[in-house]
Design a binder for this molecule. Structure first.
Ligand SMILES: Cc1ncc(COP(=O)(O)O)c(C=O)c1O
Length: 287
């Protein structure tokens, strides 16, 4: 029999089967909560401060109290990790369980905290590239909050799945925002472009790393608006996220991107990213 996974729920570590919450939890009733996903490479939390900063921002924007300091969070996360594997921590904070179902914030309710650690499954198609489809971004205008209410993103991703694609590239009024669960990069006229950080996108931590690596390695880049028309002329398109890392797109809306081959800049950036991950894990081993 396989050993049951241990998770963290409201101050207690327990087997996942025993982790239950109240049906009055506002995460369950309203999707009233926020979350983070932090990669852990061989026991070392990747870009932890960036993830904490984004979590603090999500909590502040939703006016949910932060139950722990960064140091406390880190200490609570560590027992969930298996040092021998590449994993990711999922952490979720909801506004908590109130007595009544009422849209208004309940008074005197403690946030609910849930954390689990899962293995990062290698994304099979990564080296060969993936297909993407462009769809209208019909989500709300607070996409900078990493909200657990993901119905908009789920419906959009499903459109990709039904089109036999790995991701939906979202377009608002003719301009690319992001993927259903990723940020978008394109190489247009030799410049690596990604839409700027604002409330139309979730500012990804992987996105930050790619931009830093581009700068350090003198790869021309810009945080700039990107029209769907420009995307269709791109010599490379990438998707970036913590669990899939950097994925090359070789087909968009049924048309091949750069002849359907993985681009040279992706190969270079993916190499830089893999080296950075290893160096970062080594440097932050015991911190
Ligand atoms: C909507 C959305 N945008 C961007 C990202 C990429 O963020 P990160 O690189 O921090 O994983 C994600 C990650 O899940 C996402 O859900």
């Amino acid at each position: 029999m396989t050993k049951s996974k241990t998770v963290f729920l409201n101050g207690v570590y327990l087997p996942i089967e025993q982790a239950t919450i109240s049906v009055m939890d506002r995460g369950f009733l309203f999707g009233d909560g926020v979350y983070e996903v932090i990669p852990v490479y061989t026991g070392s939390l990747f870009r932890l401060d960036g993830h904490f900063e984004r979590l603090e921002n999500s909590l502040a924007l939703t006016q949910i109290g932060n139950p722990y300091s960064r140091e406390q969070w880190r200490e609570l996360i560590m027992p969930l990790i298996d040092n021998t594997k590449d994993q990711y921590i999922y952490m979720q904070i909801t506004r908590g369980a109130a007595e009544k179902r009422d849209h208004a914030f309940p008074v005197g309710v403690k946030p609910s905290v849930f954390m689990m650690c899962n293995d990062i499954a290698p994304f099979e198609a990564k080296d060969a590239g993936v297909k993407a489809v462009s769809v209208e971004d019909n989500r709300w205008s607070l996409c900078n909050i990493k909200a657990i209410a993901l119905l908009g993103n789920i419906l959009l991703r499903q459109q990709a799945v039904e089109n036999n694609c790995a991701e939906a590239i979202l377009v608002r009024e003719g301009y690319v925002t992001e993927g259903a669960a990723s940020n978008v990069f394109a190489v247009v006229d030799g410049v690596l472009i990604t839409p700027p950080k604002n409330n139309a996108i979730l500012g990804g931590i992987t996105r930050d790393v790619i931009l830093e690596l581009a700068k350090a390695n003198r790869i021309p880049y810009a945080e700039d608006i990107l029209s769907l028309d420009a995307l269709k002329t791109a010599s490379e398109i990438w998707l970036a996220s913590s669990t899939r890392e950097i994925l090359p797109v070789i087909e968009l809306d049924g048309d091949l991107v750069a002849g359907g081959r993985v681009g040279r800049l992706w190969q270079a950036m993916n190499g830089l990213f893999q080296n950075y991950k290893i160096a970062y894990a080594e440097e932050h081993k015991n911190s």
